[in-house]
Design a protein around this ligand. Structure first.
Ligand SMILES: N[C@@H](CCC(=O)N[C@@H](CS)C(=O)NCC(=O)O)C(=O)O
Length: 219
């Protein structure tokens, strides 16, 4: 057993945790998992124990803590995947890095009004104007990646980009957003991965509910 521990939150809700977990699981990196349920009286103390910024995911490599999902994915790629987390084509790598950076720094409305919720399919969801604009940009970005790489994953083979956008795939399905054929095929590919299925199964078995993350059905 190596000395890697990935600290995550609820699998049902934690989109940031999913990114790091999916990359490591799909690439068969051995790690132990520590789960901190969000929004409980114990959450702040547990976060203090495991995370320098009270957020997860955190990857512990021996005494070293790496926080933030993008930093974790890059570190895992560098230390454990010999670079296989990104495609070998430098143009696709640059596109993938741009896409992940955009995911990290934008899409605020989509994140806020369409929280990831692995257990739910929300009916009657109508995006507001800002969310609709985020959805349109998202679909354009996903389509551009799939067109440029020729699929079936965003940059060809499964990469950090797919790990990063997996929560988006879950949201697009979960809020019943209409997607172009190319994007639908990518979502199907992702959902077919045993690693993602394992995460979804675990999420389905969790018992905690966070009301603020539960978007009501509207018909
Ligand atoms: N940009 C950070 C965001 C991490 C983040 O916001 N994580 C949430 C869980 S999804 C968290 O730890 N929240 C702490 C809390 O709600 O107490 C990343 O990419 O890792």
């Amino acid at each position: 057993m190596n000395n890697l521990t990935l600290v995550i939150a609820n699998k049902n809700y934690s989109s940031w945790s999913l990114r790091a977990w999916l990359l490591m699981t799909q690439f068969k990196v051995n790690f132990q998992e520590v789960r901190i349920p969000l929004d409980t009286p114990d959450t702040p103390a547990l976060m203090d124990t495991h995370s320098p910024n009270r957020r997860v995911p955190v990857l512990k490599i021996g005494k070293l803590s790496v926080w933030d999902s993008l930093a974790i994915c890059e570190t895992v790629n560098e230390r454990f995947l010999q670079g296989a987390g990104w495609p070998s084509n430098p143009d696709l790598r640059a596109i993938g890095r741009s896409a992940c950076a955009e995911m990290h720094s934008a899409f605020g409305a989509l994140r806020q009004t369409m929280p990831m919720n692995c257990r739910r399919v929300v009916s009657g969801f109508t995006p507001d104007t800002a969310t609709q604009a985020d959805i349109e940009r998202m679909l354009a970005l996903l389509t551009a990646c799939l067109t440029q790489s020729d699929g079936p994953f965003l940059l060809g083979r499964f990469s950090i980009a797919d790990a990063f956008f997996a929560p988006v795939a879950i949201r697009l399905r979960g809020y019943r957003i209409e997607t172009p054929e190319l994007v639908t095929a990518w979502i199907d590919q992702l959902f077919d991965l045993p690693a993602l299925q394992a995460w979804l199964d675990d999420a389905g078995n969790e018992t905690e509910t966070i009301d603020a993350e539960e978007v009501p059905d509207r018909g």
